[in-house]
Ligand binder design. Structure first.
Ligand SMILES: [Zn+2]
Length: 221
């Protein structure tokens, strides 16, 4: 069922971020930074950072339970219609789940959303670049836009060249926007790998990349 409180959350987050940047400013939503986007001929206004903030909140929430910190929201016409967070990676599990990715869980929730959904008009916000499985699922679902925060150099799927794939994928016109709130997502992964109990992707290429990126403050915003 659609929970309109997310819209208020997004507005509150936007205002909070603005105040953190300039505590003396009496900012309101009209002053919040917004970005104009064009997606398949349909123009709309969207505050990417505000919605990514909601995805980051979910990532932080599951990180507190020892899960890999990835969160996701799906937005249609300025409203959050589905959300999901990583599950199945906590240290107490005998076997890791490689199906319960944040994007897959959000897509499942989108299927049971009570609002009429036009996939083409939906934007998926994820705190990490979708893997090949999730990218494929997003393409099959027909979502119009993907926005992610932190790149996944080990398992990211969005850079694959669709021109060489069968028509079902090749004909997709999904738009991908990268690097929104990248530093905040990077911080979550850095903190995750710093906790001794967390074993998921420990000593991996991804962990090494996260640590290296975290040492490059000038590169991140
Ligand atoms: Zn995935």
């Amino acid at each position: 069922m659609l929970d309109c409180s997310y819209i208020k959350d997004a507005i509150r987050y936007s205002i909070r971020q603005k105040k953190q940047a300039n505590p003396d400013s009496g900012c309101n939503i009209k002053q919040a930074p917004k970005e104009r986007c064009r997606c398949k001929g349909m123009q709309y206004t969207m505050n990417h950072e505000a919605f990514m903030g909601l995805a980051l909140d979910q990532a932080a929430a599951v990180a507190a339970r020892g899960e890999f910190p990835v969160g996701c929201v799906i937005v249609q016409d300025g409203q959050v219609v589905a959300r999901g967070a990583r599950f199945g990676t906590s240290p107490d599990r005998s076997m890791v789940s490689e199906v319960d990715h944040a994007e897959i869980r959000a897509l499942r929730n989108l299927e049971i959303c009570q609002q009429a959904v036009v996939p083409q008009n939906c934007t998926l916000f994820c705190t990490m670049e979708p893997c090949l499985m999730c990218f494929g699922a997003i393409l099959l679902a027909g979502l119009g836009t993907i926005v992610y925060a932190f790149e996944d150099p080990m398992g990211g799927g969005t850079s694959c060249d669709l021109r060489f794939l069968p028509p079902l994928y090749r004909d997709s016109r999904v738009q991908v926007i990268r690097g929104i709130c990248r530093q905040k997502s990077l911080d979550l992964f850095y903190n995750f790998f710093n906790k001794e109990a967390n074993r998921y992707w420990k000593n991996s290429f991804l962990e090494a990349y996260v640590r290296k990126q975290h040492q490059m403050p000038g590169k991140n915003k």
